[in-house]
Design a protein around this ligand. Structure first.
Ligand SMILES: *Cc1c(COP(=O)(O)O)cnc(C)c1O
Length: 361
């Protein structure tokens, strides 16, 4: 049994992969693989409709929001957000909590003046700045933040509150914690996420956007970068990432069987508590992130002595625990424990870490 702790593309539920295998050559008696279907044919249209329906149901997406199934990854959203949401304004607010928000800021700076309303760079991005420290710009077109920093392992466990007298959209990059817990979509103007962390395979990017925000993109916005074009065409202006949508649809059905977002949240809390409690009760390992802001999805940690890193990774692999190497920019280890990681995977990791520490301390 192998447990895959990759940050992304990441583990998928075994049941989903088995179903995809069974349906690989002949989907529901159609005589076709999903990969071979026309995106406008009735078979794939049924898959796309079911996928959107299940996503709407799980996340309780209000009817005045559009759900878009796009390509280009979360990184293309770093440009699409300003192109579509500036709407005549020249400024935007960003919260900088790590590498992904920094990239979003860099890209948005090509289109507007970015006000970094708060940043945790002073402590190497190991915490989330509380909202009372934010210096928002009254002229900003929108407020952008990253709910979970996949590399640093810091996560918002709260939703920023917008002054009800200000009609300013809250925009969030939820790439690595989408559908890991219940979410109140109506608090947001726009939610985006690349699928390959917590939803499905690489190639699909999901955007959930308030309808009122559509149709006001910058002049010269490329057609494929305009949300309104995709919304008007039910994400079929051009070929959507059909196979990735199908697998994501299977993941959504799996999530429903797990008790929906409340059900999966309880499991995610149990997994994260198990790992963090262990980390906090050893001298050998260290997690740099502030306790209140620790990610339930990505758990970075270092060993007492980095000279043992290679031995740790090698022995972990021999024990069926793979892809634990930390991001190249931060070093150490990172265990990504997304929705699809079963509790047993984390139990096995903790047991291995304990044994390794006993031999190397
Ligand atoms: C992985 C990731 C991205 C980039 O996603 P791509 O699909 O590779 O463009 C952006 N934001 C966050 C939070 C991520 O985890």
């Amino acid at each position: 049994m192998i447990y895959n702790f990759s940050a992304g593309p990441a583990i998928l539920p075994k049941e989903v992969l088995e179903q995809a295998r069974d349906e690989m050559l002949d989907w529901h008696g159609s005589g076709m693989s999903v990969m071979e279907m026309s995106h406008r044919g009735k078979e794939f249209m049924a898959i796309a409709e079911q996928t959107e329906h299940d996503l709407r149901e799980l996340a309780q997406i209000p009817s005045n929001y559009k759900v878009l199934f796009l390509q280009g990854g979360a990184s293309s959203q770093f440009a699409m957000v300003p192109m579509n949401l500036l709407q005549g304004k020249k400024k935007s607010d960003y919260i900088n909590t790590g590498q992904w928000s920094s990239k979003a800021i860099e890209e948005a700076s090509k289109y507007c003046t970015v006000n970094v309303a708060a940043s945790s760079s002073d402590r190497n991005f190991t915490y989330i700045p509380s909202q009372d420290q934010w210096q928002l710009d009254p002229e900003a077109a929108y407020i952008h933040y990253t709910s979970n920093e996949t590399i640093g392992g810091v996560e918002f466990h709260w939703t920023p509150q917008i002054d009800p007298n200000r009609n300013i959209p809250l925009v969030v990059d939820m790439s690595s914690d989408i559908l890991s817990r219940p979410v109140n979509v109506s608090q947001f103007g726009l939610i985006y996420a690349g699928a390959q962390k917590n939803l499905g395979p690489a190639g699909l990017t999901i955007v959930i956007v308030l309808e009122d925000l559509l149709g006001k993109s910058l002049a010269n916005t490329p057609t494929l970068f305009d949300y309104h074009i995709h919304a008007k065409n039910d994400s079929m202006y051009n070929t959507p990432p059909t196979y990735a949508m199908y697998i994501t649809g299977l993941v959504l059905q799996w999530l429903k069987q797990k008790g929906g977002l409340e059900g999966i949240e309880a499991i995610n809390i149990a997994k994260a508590n198990l790992l963090y409690d262990f980390l906090d009760n050893t001298e050998y390992y260290h997690c740099p992130v502030a306790k209140s802001d620790r990610s339930r999805m990505n758990v970075p940690f270092t060993l007492h002595d980095s000279a043992s890193d290679d031995a740790f990774l090698k022995q972990a692999k021999l024990n069926g625990l793979i892809q634990l190497k930390g991001h190249r920019s931060v070093g150490g280890m990172r265990a990504s424990i997304y929705n699809a990681m079963p509790l047993e995977g984390v139990e096995k990791l903790v047991a291995f870490m304990k044994e390794f520490a006993d031999h190397h301390a």
